[in-house]
Ligand binder design. Structure first.
Ligand code: IVH
Length: 668
């Protein structure tokens, strides 16, 4: 066997092993054996770049090159389904179908409604050629590179199966509960924001710019709709059984039924049983099985007349309200929290529920001791839906009122125009606000002093060692270490990490200060435009608002922050400690106006610098980087493999294309 033949054989075998493992859950070789074969294939592919195949099993690991998405117009629009919430509405659907088919017999295919994001996969000659998100139903994002990393999606269909030469198959991309929990666990440890539910996590992942991130996150996919001109059968159910033979993951929870009662049975069974599934579901989908009958029924503007979704009720439980406490966040916003008798809900024990804000709380008209209905919808945090009125007695407990004063520092609360929340205005004296600001200051994307977690900060604050983040820089090893070697060692590490943070560049220091509305991007913009903290402190409202992307709210917040004498004092102490309060020499030297007024789109794969580096270069020289080509685009900085859709658009609009080398000459 020569190399080429061996590569083809390895690819074939590995596709089969992938299918056995991920779709059938029935591997026939060990993980180790699999890895050895994969390694062999990767090595051979490096030796033979001419045999590159985007669908090779080696492509499942993804790449960390940054990519962007082309839009793709769906061959057939991706419709959504009408929703029903009770038996009557399901019966109405059934009746409408019966009337629509003028007394003809029909079968209904009952399926689970998977709660992820829909995807359209296109196959030509047995190969995956394109994967597109739903988008607005008419056009979506081409996410093929990301989808190639999902192990349950076949890249190459088995040669001996009877698939049509060209077809589309649609389904749902999901993040299994187990992957979701692991991911949030890791994010918590890194102090990154958590995903509210597996659907958001899956969607965030699928839109990731790096395929390697998608590969790590372990997404799954169930397929539920086959489309094309030469399908195996007239039955939707039968077509999906065929798709399963071709290697697609098709749910086992599909039943063909004829009567309404059978539909109700299916719903009742899965309403409970779905808790045991590895992925999230939010209902049942009912489809007329015959494609001929589907065509006869047709569709409305938004959804087909031959299918409908039945949505499960979010699980509710009744429990007793014991107390309402009030939490103060980093910004001073006060959130009411209900404390209840523990109750089992959708697999977890629930004791607390957010009451969001004063208005939400008032609407519920809560009294201590009330029986309340708790529900867990699509979000992790449960909420109180209503008071169970059946239990209200004449000797009902006292009504819960929103507090007037901060529970932490006693300051009188204030409400800002247009906001639902009450705030504690005592920014410099209220402990959770002070600690919250320090936590933000040390966080990874700010000063990155990663040895300081919330508990340590709490401890230092309680011991009177720190009152604000400038105090961090005067801490000593002695102050931090009690007894024992480990404590001394960890104290040294902390002090070193704090010292190292003096090198953190100005734009991140600016973000770390915790000025309201000044996130990472705004901080970068401000740093580039004003170049030093002193210049920024003296900037007027008008000067700030003239900066691209800086609006009135941000500008006012910046001016207010620097006007505060406490903050001016903070800056002086940080300056004395040697923090970077202006752009570095290199950054200043590297700045120019060479690209001022130019709007530039980056597209393709680059050799000399990464996409992010080019983005930074554009900004450094006064240009603006945008995502999509329009009449306003000055030019496209194009690497290899620029998408055909983009090229077309550029030609139509007469936008010029600049190569990497040409661009580097421009800014040199
Ligand atoms: S069929 C024209 N089947 O629900 C019918 N959809 O609101 C096309 N979904 O966008 C959809 N499970 O993302 C179908 N078994 C299933 C489904 C399903 C989940 C999603 C899909 C669609 C949405 C409809």
């Amino acid at each position: 066997m020569d190399d080429q033949e061996y590569i083809l054989k390895l690819r074939h075998d590995l596709h089969q092993h992938n299918y056995n493992y991920y779709v059938l859950n029935n591997p026939t070789i060990s993980d180790q054996e699999f890895d050895i074969l994969l390694r062999q294939l990767a090595d051979l592919e490096t030796l033979h770049p001419e045999l590159y195949d985007p669908n090779s099993p080696t492509q499942r690991v993804g790449s960390d090159l940054s990519q962007e998405f082309e839009t793709f117009i769906h061959v057939r629009p991706m419709l959504s389904l009408g929703n029903t919430y009770n038996k009557e509405e399901v019966a109405d659907f059934y009746e409408r179908v019966r009337e629509g088919l003028a007394g003809e017999d029909f079968e209904i295919c009952c399926e689970l409604k998977f709660d992820g994001l829909s995807i359209a996969l296109h196959y030509e000659d047995g190969k995956l050629v394109r994967a597109v998100t739903r988008g607005d139903g008419v056009q979506g994002d081409d996410v093929t590179a990301n989808v190639r990393t999902i192990r349950t999606i076949p890249l190459q269909l088995p040669a001996d199966a009877d698939w049509p030469a060209s077809f589309e198959i649609r389904g749902e991309i999901l993040m299994p509960w187990s992957s979701f929990e692991m991911l949030n666990h890791e994010r918590e440890a890194r102090e990154e924001p958590l995903f509210a539910n597996p659907r958001n996590a899956a969607s965030g992942t699928l839109k990731s710019k790096q395929t390697s991130v998608v590969a790590e996150r372990r997404l799954d996919a169930y397929l539920y709709y086959l489309l094309g001109d030469q399908l195996p059968a007239d039955g939707h159910y039968e077509n999906l059984q065929a798709a399963r033979r071709w290697g697609f993951k098709v749910s086992e929870a599909m039943r063909k039924v004829r009567t309404l009662d059978q539909i109700y049975d299916f719903i009742a069974y899965w309403d409970n049983e779905r808790r045991r599934l590895p992925v999230a579901t939010d209902g049942i989908v009912l489809k007329v099985n015959s494609l001929r009958q589907q065509r006869a029924l047709g569709m409305t503007a938004k959804s087909p007349r031959w299918a409908i979704a039945y949505k499960f009720q979010a699980e509710q439980q009744s429990t007793i309200l014991r107390e309402v406490t009030f939490q103060v966040g980093r910004t001073g916003a006060v959130t009411p929290v209900a404390n209840m008798d523990p109750v089992q809900l959708s697999g977890t024990m629930v004791r607390r529920a957010t009451l969001h804000n004063a208005d939400f709380m008032a609407q519920l008209d809560l009294h201590i001791g009330d029986h309340v209905l708790v529900e867990k919808g699509g979000e992790i945090i449960p909420k109180i839906v209503s008071v169970d009125e059946a239990f209200i007695t004449p000797d009902r407990g006292p009504r819960v009122e929103f507090i007037r004063h901060c529970p932490e520092c006693g300051a009188e609360l204030v409400r800002y125009e247009g906001e639902a929340a009450w705030y504690c205005p005592n920014e410099s004296g209220c402990p959770p606000q002070i600690k919250g600001r320090i936590e933000h200051f040390v966080s990874r994307r700010a000063m990155n002093i990663d040895t300081l977690g919330p508990e340590t900060i709490d401890d230092f604050y309680a011991r009177g060692l720190i009152h604000d983040y400038a105090d961090l820089y005067t801490l000593t090893v002695d102050q931090l270490s009690g007894f024992g070697d480990t404590r001394i060692r960890s104290a040294r590490k902390t002090i070193q990490a704090i010292a190292d943070s003096r090198k953190v560049p100005f734009e991140r220091v600016l973000f770390a200060l915790g000025i309201r509305f000044v996130g990472e991007t705004v901080a970068k913009t401000l740093a580039r435009r004003f170049r030093s903290v002193d210049a920024l402190a003296h900037a007027t409202l008008d000067e700030l608002m003239q900066v691209n992307t800086i609006g009135a709210a941000i500008a006012e917040s910046v001016v207010r922050w620097f006007r505060d004498a406490d903050n001016a004092w903070l800056i002086e102490r940080l300056r004395a400690q040697g923090l970077q309060l202006q752009l570095s020499e290199e950054m200043l030297a590297a700045q120019s106006d060479r690209l001022a007024g130019k709007t530039i789109v980056i597209s393709g794969v680059f050799v000399h610098h990464s996409r992010d580096e080019y983005k930074a270069l554009i900004e450094q020289h006064g240009g603006k980087n945008t995502g999509s080509i329009s009449a306003k685009t000055s030019f496209i900085l194009a690497g290899d493999n620029m998408g055909p859709a983009k090229l077309d658009k550029a030609k139509k609009l007469g936008v010029s294309i600049v190569t990497e080398e040409e661009f580097l000459k421009m800014v040199e």
